[in-house]
Design a protein around this ligand. Structure first.
Ligand code: PEP
Ligand code: MG
Length: 756
């Protein structure tokens, strides 16, 4: 492959483009000149500009190197060909062999077949694609990161020309076009539950950069410095706000964010870019583009979140710099805002008035992303991972966010809006009805008490034990706080966390599950060895037993946090009795150590196992002799019983938890535990659904742990149920060979007035 010498540096290239822009010529003439300059500057045989027109069409507007007659003739749809690909993903593309790329689309009128390599970048305006800038070379050429960055900076300048409206009437891309008005439904991943309806507000992360080349770098460095300080002041104000004042993991998140804002390496890179001749804005933008390019290659969730933070902070800096120059004013927001974004940083979310913010939908995002955690603190539904969201929703569209069903309705027809209004009204009514149940016991009509507990994983979740009237926390997933932290929490940090949980639970029991990490639950600072089947890999108790220091530290922190109070510890993914015995020994060693050190031991210590690996089902007699309690992890147990990945949406409906094999396994387990006098609960998602919970009660389960939002519906079910006829009925159907007993159980509920 041939190494091609790079042309002039970005500074000189931009200087020349700026001279053209400042001239008197028409916009088209300027564009024609600019492609010549870029082709020469980038040492490319071809440079072309495509501009997005109505109907999602990219039209060739200017070229140096392709056939002239193709200008204004060649048109590609977004997503079609390599140019369409760049527009669809709003990402640069650099290929040394363009024609072997699957998206390559040959257009005979352009004469493109002569060119082997291609590099293109999107022309972005306000975060949206306005066009594509491309260079091509005859020979195979590897474009360097610096060259891609230079093109991105050039595209920033072109964006201004497009925005001027002299090339394409800006009204042409208004949403009143064809498909844009049709109602659509988009699917994504629920990152925080709930439902909302509102008006789409596009989170516009891009600030127009008017000047790219600096007159005086020293002045620009001072401007940068002032902007950095202003951002710090702003963060102090945002993070100190009332609804965020309470302690919780979001504090860790916000603190980590603040650390990024002070990161000397990041600021240093921006300063270097300024010293190379860019304005402060262009310097920030250059480092931002570089970060984005890195981000696309990074899969590590922690690093991605750090880079997301940097993206968020870059934008803040740009806004500061632009604001200082333009005196920007706060935007008018509708009363009910559904924020539409590629991604949003935690601080950016806080820029929107929480009194108006109803929901958040994003192209990116994960459940542990910092913004999801902050959104949880604000209690707004969030759906992420929505493909091509940005090109399918326009500002002002009515949007329904249904995070319960992982879907978004855009521009819903009147009927859908009406029925959604009705759903929201009913939900509000039900919530009120559930609130009235809060202090009533979960007891069946024939007097059997069922203990209902909640699942938690963040300190933020703990107050719900009181607001829902739960008996306690039946599963505290300790790995979640580990996952949102920047570094492994030492014993002191863990002690503080567990103490806060116990303090807030105010004496209600909490079952702490030891770290269930590894596999797909990666800790950023812990080297994982996921293997090809992470769920079956080195995870949970397997890591704990191989690295006993981790388990010992966790137990030490739990004992210290309990400080004489009762303590329950549960081990995940136990596959054999020997593993449980070994883990229990580690706990005992730690207790002995704490005792010798003169610390107060828990007044009562219960050590239990999760039943989620099927092998354990054949070791129950010896297991029940050694455990203080058992808890079924139905999420994992079902995935292992049916050999179906619990995270694979294609498989999620294939097998039913309410099928005879599952129910028989659960029944046998309940019988064995009952006979041995060992307390048994179920803490997987199964307990959170009223019909499934009804079946569990029918099989003998008297303790369940559920998502807090399910407390109301499940308690309502229990209080409307007569246990005796249900238990009799279930006995009569469990041997059925059917695929599922769901319909039968639903019919039973209907016939017996059980409220589901
Ligand atoms: C389960 O597997 O059912 C469970 C409760 O644990 P997790 O969902 O955290 O794996
Ligand atoms: Mg599990």
């Amino acid at each position: 492959m041939q190494a091609v010498p790079t042309g002039v540096g970005p500074r000189r290239l931009l200087g020349r483009i700026r001279d053209v822009m400042a001239g008197e010529a028409s916009a088209q003439a300027k564009l024609d000149k600019v492609v010549q300059i870029i082709a020469a500057g980038m040492v490319a045989e071809v440079c072309s500009v495509y501009i997005l027109r109505a109907g999602e069409v990219l039209e060739l507007f200017a070229t140096k190197g392709l056939r002239r007659r193709a200008v204004h003739q060649t048109r590609l749809r977004v997503g079609e060909g390599l140019v369409g690909e760049i527009a669809a993903h709003a990402q640069p593309l650099a290929l040394d062999d363009a024609q072997s790329h699957p998206a390559f689309a040959y257009r005979p009128e352009t004469g493109e077949e002569a060119y082997r390599s291609l590099m293109g970048v999107p022309i972005l305006r306000s975060g949206r694609v306005a066009g594509v800038l491309v260079v091509q070379n005859k020979l195979a050429r590897t474009y360097s990161d610096e060259e891609i960055e230079a093109m991105q900076i050039t595209a920033m300048v072109l964006a201004e020309l497009v925005a001027s409206g002299d090339l394409v009437n800006p009204g042409e891309r208004a949403p009143a076009e064809g498909n844009a008005l049709l109602p659509i439904r988009l699917d994504g991943m629920s990152l925080n539950g709930g439902m909302a309806m509102g008006t789409a507000v596009i989170h516009q992360p891009d600030v127009a950069i008017r000047q790219v080349v600096a007159e005086d770098p020293e002045v620009e460095l001072i401007r940068l410095n002032e902007a950095v300080e202003a951002v710090h002041r702003e963060l102090d104000r945002l993070f100190g706000r009332g609804e965020l004042a309470a302690a919780g993991e979001h504090h860790d998140v916000l603190e980590a964010y603040r650390m990024v804002a002070s990161d000397a390496g990041w600021i240093g890179r921006i300063e270097d870019a300024i010293r190379s001749g860019l304005t402060a804005e262009a310097g920030v933008q250059q480092v931002r583009e570089h970060t984005r390019a890195r981000m696309s290659q990074i899969t590590d969730p922690y690093l991605r979140e750090r880079l997301d933070d940097m993206e968020d902070l870059s934008l803040r800096l740009l806004q500061q710099l632009a604001g200082a120059a333009n005196g920007t004013t706060a935007r008018e927001l509708p009363d009910d805002v559904v924020l539409v974004a590629r991604s949003v940083g935690p601080a950016e979310l806080l820029d929107y008035d929480p009194a108006r913010l109803r929901g958040l939908i994003m192209e990116r995002g994960s459940a542990t992303a910092h913004v999801s955690i902050v959104a949880r603190a604000l209690d707004i539904p969030v759906i992420g991972q929505i493909k091509d969201l940005f090109s399918r929703v326009d500002a002002g569209d009515t949007v329904i966010v249904d995070a319960e069903n992982r879907q978004v309705f855009v521009r819903p027809v009147e009927d859908v809006q009406q029925s959604f209004h009705e759903t929201l009204r009913l939900r509000a009514e039900r919530r009120q009805a559930f609130a009235q149940l809060r202090d009533l016991p979960a007891v069946t009509l024939d007097g059997t008490e069922v203990s209902l507990n909640i699942n938690a994983g963040l300190e933020l979740d703990v107050p719900q034990v009181h607001s829902t009237g739960a008996d306690g926390i039946g599963l505290f997933r300790t790995e979640i706080p580990f996952m949102v932290r920047a570094a492994y929490p030492d014993v002191a940090a863990q002690t503080a966390l567990y103490r806060a949980v116990l303090d807030q639970a105010e004496g209600k029991p909490v079952v702490f599950r030891t770290l269930d990490v590894g596999g797909d639950k990666d800790l950023p600072y812990f080297e994982s060895e996921a293997g090809e089947n992470p769920a079956l890999g080195w995870r949970a108790i397997r890591i704990a037993l191989d690295r006993p220091a981790m388990l010992r530290q966790q137990v030490r922190a739990l004992v210290r946090a309990a400080d004489g109070r009762s303590l329950s510890i549960m081990f995940p993914m136990i596959a054999e009795v020997a593993e449980f015995a070994h883990a229990r020994k580690v706990v005992e060693m730690e207790l002995a150590r704490e005792k010798t050190a003169g610390r107060t031991l828990p007044e009562k210590l219960s050590v239990g196992a999760m039943v989620e690996v099927p092998s354990l089902l054949w070791q129950l007699p010896s297991l029940v002799e050694r455990v203080d309690f058992l808890s079924v992890g139905s999420n994992d147990l079902l995935q292992f019983l049916f050999a179906t990945d619990r995270g694979n949406p294609r498989m999620s409906e294939r097998y039913d938890p309410l099928s005879p094999p599952v129910l028989r396994v659960l029944r046998d387990l309940a019988r064995t535990a009952d006979k041995a006098g060992v307390p048994l609960s179920l803490c997987g998602e199964m307990a959170s659904r009223p019909l499934e919970a009804m079946a569990l009660v029918g099989l003998g389960y008297r303790t369940m742990s559920l998502t807090s939002s399910s407390m109301g519906p499940v308690k309502t079910m229990v209080r409307s149920l007569r246990l005796r006829p249900l238990a009799d009925y279930m006995r009569s159907i469990l041997d059925s060979p059917e695929h599922s007993l769901r319909d039968r159980l639903r019919a039973f509920a209907q016939d017996h007035d059980v409220i589901l």
